[in-house]
Design a protein around this ligand. Structure first.
Ligand code: SF4
Length: 219
């Protein structure tokens, strides 16, 4: 079986949409509930941009790694689509959305009255006015210090017990006001949920994040 590789950007200048900064390749967009972290349970419009160069082995959206075969939308078209639904929270996710200049998309969403949230590994500099930044560091491409310093929420995926120490290294890099979450990697949840609960009981600055959307089987 061939190994899937993330987007190779070694010869590419970021942002990927430099030539057309208000255009974005979109893997999917949908209206659902935020399933993770501080805003868990709230209705939101999700925009999943295509393209990721991080390459997490346990990634559950590997089909997002490449931009080919996905349609491109303008920022205005995405904001108009989001506006069809009553919630005014828009979550830009991926893939790795910081591969793109997000300024036109944030502006278009703000003009429609949205709070703009971002889910990122923090691997690249942020371009855009974002109201809520969730940084979820990945071992395969660590987050930039400057992105950690802007985080409102730090979400660490726990795959094995050694990840608790790894989580603490990033907790020292985010602002004191940043919310701290530990979330079991989905395929390891049976083993890791008891360990996470025990860890949070001893380190109550952390909170548990579960992928609620997977339990209730919504996108
Ligand atoms: S950063 Fe996200 S989209 Fe990219 S490989 Fe890792 S989990 Fe998948």
């Amino acid at each position: 079986m061939s190994r899937v590789r993330a987007l190779d950007l070694s010869d590419v200048q970021l942002p990927l949409n430099a030539a057309e900064p208000d255009h974005y390749p979109v893997m999917e967009m949908f209206y659902s509930l935020q399933g993770e972290g501080f805003h868990q349970g709230k209705a939101a419009f999700f925009i999943r941009l295509a393209g990721c160069d991080v390459g997490c082995v346990w990634c559950d959206v590997k089909e997002s790694w490449y931009t080919a075969h996905y349609p491109t939308y303008t920022a205005t078209a995405l904001a108009q689509e989001a506006s069809r639904y009553p919630a005014r929270m828009a979550i830009i996710t991926g893939g790795e959305p910081t591969l793109y200049d997000l300024r036109p998309l944030c502006q278009a969403l703000h003009q429609q009255g949205f709070q703009v949230h971002l889910e990122t590994s923090g691997a690249h500099a942020l371009l855009g006015e974002i109201d809520w930044i969730c940084v979820s560091p990945k071992k395969f491409k660590p987050p930039l210090d400057e992105v950690c310093r802007q985080a409102h929420e730090l979400k660490i995926i726990i795959y094995h017990a050694a990840d608790f120490a790894w989580a603490e290294t990033y907790a020292r890099q985010v602002p004191a006001s940043c919310k701290l979450y530990l979330q079991p990697e989905w395929s390891r949840r049976q083993q890791m949920i008891p360990a996470i609960i025990s860890y949070i009981q001893q380190h109550p600055q952390w909170e548990l994040s579960l992928q609620l959307h997977k339990y209730v089987q919504i996108p």
